[in-house]
Write a protein that binds this ligand. Structure first.
Ligand code: CA
Length: 388
């Protein structure tokens, strides 16, 4: 962990949530009792109090404990428990002589988990959201002024200058039973989150804060300018600001989706290639292991391959035009050959078949009507005679 005073994590460089932060002593105080943690997805500001530097001990303990225990996703209960643990740690430290009895701190702790924001709140530090140019205060102060404003006893203008304006009604370190208010908020890409101590919100009007948040696109530059403006307005207190841009799911989701789509497409293409490759191999095999007979100038021709066309392509080649005339064959056989319906497993089988035709023809020619049919091939002769 880096310096307890201002915890900034290099995790921010990973592109999760662009943020900027700055804490400043201001122009009046002798100590800076504010502490902050900016370790995405966690962002914390704490405004310590207690005098004689005890406030900074309390705020340091709070950011350290919360940075150690905070959830890494939008679990409001877990963030609340981290803040409660910080409360106990401050009380224990005071008891053990670190800091002073009665030291305490405010705490505004936020976890920005893509488009889900959770906040645990104690005291009068604040979280604001800039949404489409409009500034909303997300947290309710635990302060005397907030109570008086709500009950209508004073106006916002009066609260700004009220002598008891810094009295807070809830702080870490004051009671073991102190609990934070928990907020769960949906945010959108393009929104901007501001966490700040009252040294900023007490010095600048909401419209001034909104203007700077809208104008300065770089979050670090923006946090720095807000602190400068609070100083320019008087800087009567310590000033701390964290500015976080909401990038949301969209970018992460888009990239993840693109990766997934690419992987799926690659898988489908591979599958298709396998199918086509397999089909091509099978087709090649079929062509290599097929033959058929056809008519060529009245003769029986032997072809290797498959008759006909597929998509304008022929998948056959002429092997030989034999001397066998179709007219010498039985009419049924001749018409089947003419229709290219006589198919075989190989060219050799085709030659064998043509050979058998030649034998039949020769036999038929050899059996003259003068000879005794009974002496010839007894079984085949009557059939052939009947057929032709
Ligand atoms: Ca303060």
């Amino acid at each position: 962990m880096m310096s307890a005073r201002s915890i900034e994590s290099a995790k921010g460089a990973g592109g999760r949530a662009p943020f900027g932060c700055r804490t400043d002593i201001g122009r009046v105080r002798a100590h800076n009792e504010d502490s902050l943690a900016a370790a995405p997805p966690l962002f914390v500001v704490c405004d310590g109090m207690g005098g004689h530097a005890a406030g900074e001990v309390a705020s340091e303990i709070a950011v350290n404990v919360i940075a150690d225990l905070a959830p890494t996703h939008a679990d409001a209960e877990a963030l609340g428990q981290a803040v409660e643990a910080a409360n106990h740690a401050i009380i224990r430290a005071a008891r053990e002589g670190r800091g002073r009895t009665g030291m305490g701190t405010t705490c505004t702790a936020a976890v920005l988990d893509h488009e889900r924001l959770i906040i645990a709140q104690v005291g009068d530090s604040r979280a604001y959201l800039l949404h489409k140019g409009g500034l909303q205060q997300l947290t309710r102060d635990h302060s005397l002024m907030a109570d008086m404003l709500e009950s209508g006893q004073i106006t916002p203008a009066e609260a700004k200058v009220h002598p008891k304006r810094s009295v807070i009604t809830r702080a870490l370190g004051s009671s073991p039973r102190t609990q934070p208010d928990l907020y769960e908020i949906n945010v959108e890409p393009g929104d901007r989150l501001l966490l700040c101590t009252d040294g900023l919100s007490g010095m600048l009007e909401n419209d001034e804060i909104a203007r700077t948040l809208s104008r300065e696109s770089d979050p670090q530059e923006c946090a720095s300018q807000l602190v400068d403006e609070a100083n320019a307005a008087g800087g009567v207190d310590n000033i701390t600001a964290i500015v976080v841009d909401v990038t949301g799911f969209s970018e992460t989701r888009r990239r993840k989706l693109a990766r997934k789509t690419k992987a799926t497409a690659a898988m489908l293409l591979t599958l298709l290639a396998l199918i086509l490759g397999g089909a091509a191999l099978a087709f090649d095999y079929l062509v290599d292991h097929s033959a058929f007979l056809a008519e060529q100038d009245g003769k029986v021709a032997i072809y290797q391959g498959i008759p006909g066309e597929i998509a304008g392509f022929e998948f056959s080649s002429l092997v030989e035009v034999t001397n066998v005339s179709l007219t010498d064959l039985q009419p049924g056989t001749a018409s089947r050959i003419a229709a290219e319906e006589v198919r075989l497993d190989s060219v050799r089988d085709a030659y064998n078949l043509v050979g058998s035709y030649e034998a039949e023809i020769a036999e038929k020619a050899g059996v003259s009507p003068d000879e005794d049919p009974g002496e010839g091939e007894p079984e085949a002769a009557p059939e052939e005679g009947a057929a032709s």
